[in-house]
Design a protein around this ligand. Structure first.
Ligand code: F6P
Length: 344
């Protein structure tokens, strides 16, 4: 593998025509912005970051000081790149820049910002799509129209995970040279896993298939999965995704019965679409339980969607469990643990 090549070298190798050059320049702009954002996340209070809420964004989420700064940094980094339409988690409207450009970009400048003042990993997520005839329609296309997607984790290391549509590569920031260097190429997610991630405090609000699946994980070697599971919940999508790419796993942020959560919590355009593209490119999967995430198109800019992603066999198992109309009955049946339907 090309261990050690810089992100710039990787992008230059990819940029064999003008449209690809545009994609490469956009990714490079996110990498430049990530270096600046790293200074802020690593500096914390010393860099003037309090992690405190300031305002509400269009969807009612509290915007932290770093959310807004990251948004400004990314918009500035992208100023030199021809982009038709930009959609940010932090803005109510899309921004039309150069409607003739072949690419449009949706991004979450700082994901997981409730983790900022607890000194835990946060990240930036981006999705680059082909601009349709009318730039305003750029973000109403299914996720299959993505040309590239990536995310940056600001953790102990700053790492950028990238797909240009041909596998997934990971680059880590060398802070001495301020360059991203490739540390993994063609990442593959193990198809099986014994690790799940879900906010279990919402258990009483879950739908039957989610309840059944998590109960099966918790039953461990005594249950139908016949495997002792481990659980992780970081509360930061980028950190969970990075862990899954590293050692497999299944992540669930399902729809649930709480007010405002009937469509889940995460956003389709700048969270689920790019994560799904990356997961599939690494041999994993991403689904709502009923539908493949990449087949979905957004009706609104900040549309939410249930997201289940990770190791392919677990994703497929959850899809089968959603398809079974008998799931409630199955859970109550005395012979539940011996049923064959949900065994892999
Ligand atoms: O983008 C929203 C986010 O911060 C994700 O990074 C994370 O997966 C999720 O919210 C955590 O939500 P909750 O606080 O409900 O567990």
């Amino acid at each position: 593998m090309d261990q050690g090549q810089t992100l710039r070298q990787h992008l230059d190798g990819f940029a064999t025509d003008p449209d690809r050059r545009l994609i490469a320049d956009a990714v490079a702009a996110f990498a430049d912005a990530a270096i600046e954002i790293t200074e802020l996340t690593c500096g914390g209070a010393l860099a003037g970051i309090t992690g405190e809420g300031q305002t509400l964004n269009g969807d009612g989420d509290i915007q932290k000081d770093l959310d807004l700064q990251a948004d400004r940094i990314i918009r500035r980094a992208l100023a030199g790149v021809s982009v038709a339409a930009l959609a940010s988690e932090e803005a109510n409207e899309i921004e039309i820049r150069d409607p003739a450009s072949a690419i449009s970009i949706a991004f979450d400048p700082l994901d997981g910002s409730s983790n900022i003042n607890t000194n835990m990993s946060v990240g930036t997520i981006f999705s680059i799509v082909r601009t349709p005839l009318h730039a305003r329609a750029a973000f109403t296309q299914p996720g299959t129209t993505q040309l590239a997607a990536g995310f940056v984790v600001y953790g102990p290391q700053t790492s950028l995970v990238l797909t240009l549509g041909d596998g997934v590569d990971i680059f880590t920031l060398d802070r001495k040279t301020r360059a991203f260097r490739q540390i993994r190429s063609q990442v593959k997610i193990p198809p099986n896993t014994a690790e799940f991630a879900i906010n279990a405090s919402n258990r009483r609000h879950w739908d039957p298939p989610i309840l059944a699946y998590i109960d099966d994980c918790i039953a461990g070697a005594d249950g139908v999965l016949q495997t002792n599971f481990n659980m992780r919940w970081i509360g930061s999508l980028v950190a969970e995704a990075y862990r899954i790419l590293t050692r497999g796993g299944i992540f669930l942020y399902p729809a649930d019965a709480r007010d405002g959560y009937r469509e889940g919590r995460l956003r389709l355009l700048y969270e689920a679409h790019p994560m799904a593209f990356i997961m599939e490119q690494a041999g994993g999967g991403a689904t709502t339980g009923n539908l493949r995430i990449l087949d979905l198109a957004a009706n609104t800019l900040h549309q939410r969607v249930p997201l289940i992603m990770g190791s392919i066999e677990s994703v497929q198992r959850l899809e089968r469990m959603h398809m079974s109309p008998d799931i409630k009955f199955e859970r109550n049946a005395p012979l539940f643990a011996t049923r064959g339907l949900f065994r892999n």
